[in-house]
Design a protein around this ligand. Structure first.
Ligand SMILES: *Cc1c(COP(=O)(O)O)cnc(C)c1O
Length: 426
């Protein structure tokens, strides 16, 4: 563990020793009205823009201007195989084989697509296990999909909740619920990192438990991708979905990622919703009547992808790939540990860190429960030059992103938090 102290010089010296420090300058920080860059701690909601992204997008616009339709096949980066170059980089970030990952559609749409392929009710095996406070979009998607195929969501969705008086889940409770449901369980779908508490779940044990009772297991990795190493393949996860605009900095609402384990990705009989871009690449332009899927996660693509959006993804994946997930994670553990240390040192009785204290059970985010807090605190933080994230009724989520946040950002934030709390909640 790093040894921290409360002095500013501690932050400065940590920054000097930081092997990822040079990446900060590759991102654009939003500015206050007076022109000073914000202390941006909201990368769990929307990551910052890499400076080079504009050039990557311009390149595609130029190719479109200069070559028109020929841009699909010609030029330095033909659009036709644009994501063939990106999928392996993305696979690396989530710990998957290159053929197991595709960048396509958006997260919630991909969740619907994964339900088509991997929710396979049979006899009494109809249940889906989720966490009780799953992200609303995931709940809407699953409930509406079930209704659409005439399965009663009330009957099929089973949730696992924190114990009375607690906010975090116990892996043993999830595993226990899986075992109880046994041959009634069709699918486990859990957020790998909870958006609210920042708790990271144990992918390996949950997947193993699901498989033991004959269920399939998928994860929503919206808050995991680019934040923590996921090892999806080694954990034997059946499928996963994530967005790329949070820790992956690809731009607001950009395309999402899909992981499908090799054993399913290479199986042409897995049911799916189809489109021409999921066809075997050799046949894609043969315009035949029958559909033969591409044997890889690319077999789940439906449409030809928006290349301008892919250009922004390429820009940020290159940065992530160069920095490497293990270096990103190492800094993240230290940086978030430093944030935790400084908050603990404040000794404000009103602040409780609800995120797990064990670095192995969290990513970059700390969720701070503010007793008697109100949105006024958030508004004051913003006007003091900090951008955190507020969740009703009383939680501030703070997420130092290892690629662009410095130890000094964290130091300054905690100073501002101290003043704000003293003036707002006494
Ligand atoms: C951010 C997030 C989403 C967002 O879904 P989109 O389809 O990209 O709008 C969904 N689920 C979780 C858990 C998230 O954190």
């Amino acid at each position: 563990m790093d040894k921290f102290d409360r002095s500013r010089s501690c932050a400065v010296s940590m920054d000097q020793k930081d092997p990822l420090a040079k990446y900060r300058d590759q991102f654009i920080f939003p500015k206050t009205e007076s022109g000073t860059p914000y202390i941006y701690l909201c990368g769990n909601s929307l990551g910052l823009q890499p400076k080079q992204t504009k050039d990557y997008i311009s390149e595609v616009l130029d190719q479109w201007a200069n070559k028109g339709v020929k841009g699909h096949f010609n030029g330095e980066k033909p659009w036709l195989d644009f994501n063939d170059r990106l999928n392996p980089m993305m696979a690396d970030i989530v710990g998957a084989l290159p053929e197991e990952v595709v960048i396509a559609n958006t997260l919630t749409v991909n969740l619907h697509l994964m339900m088509v392929s991997f929710y396979r009710p049979q006899g009494k095996r109809i249940k889906i296990l989720m966490e009780s406070d799953a992200f609303p979009s995931d709940r809407y998607a699953i409930a509406s999909y079930l209704s659409h195929i005439n399965v009663d969501p009330e009957e099929a969705i089973v949730t696992v909740a924190p114990r009375a008086g607690e906010v975090l889940l116990h892996t043993s409770d999830i595993v226990g619920r899986i075992e109880e449901l046994g041959d009634e369980l069709a699918l486990v779908l859990i957020g790998n990192t909870n958006y609210y508490t920042g708790q990271k779940m144990d992918l390996g044990h949950i997947t193993e438990a699901g498989h033991r009772v004959g269920a399939l297991v998928g994860f929503d990795c919206a808050h995991g991708a680019g934040n923590i190493p996921l090892d999806l393949h080694d954990n034997n996860v059946d499928f996963a979905i994530w967005c790329t605009y949070k820790y992956l900095n690809t731009s607001p609402g950009n395309l999402g990622g899909i992981y499908i384990h090799q054993k399913h990705a290479n199986d042409p009989h897995v049911p799916r919703l189809k489109g021409w871009w999921g066809e075997d690449k050799v046949r894609r332009f043969q315009m035949r009547d029958d559909f033969v899927p591409q044997l890889s996660a690319e077999g789940w693509q439906i449409s030809n992808p928006p290349v301008i959006a892919l250009a922004a993804i390429e820009s940020s994946l290159k940065i992530h790939h160069e920095a490497g997930m293990s270096a990103i994670r190492a800094k993240s553990i230290s940086l978030t540990g430093y944030l935790e240390y400084l908050i603990d040192e404040l000794q404000h009785r009103q602040v409780t860190v609800i995120t797990p204290r064990d670095p192995d059970q969290r990513g970059a985010q700390l969720s701070l429960l503010i007793e008697n807090g109100s949105k006024e605190i958030y508004d004051r933080l913003i006007s003091s030059g900090v951008i955190p994230d507020w969740r009703e009724p009383d939680v501030i989520r703070v997420s130092p992103a290892p690629l662009y946040n410095s130890y000094e950002d964290v130091y300054k934030f905690v100073q501002i938090l101290d003043v704000t709390l003293s003036s707002c909640v006494g």
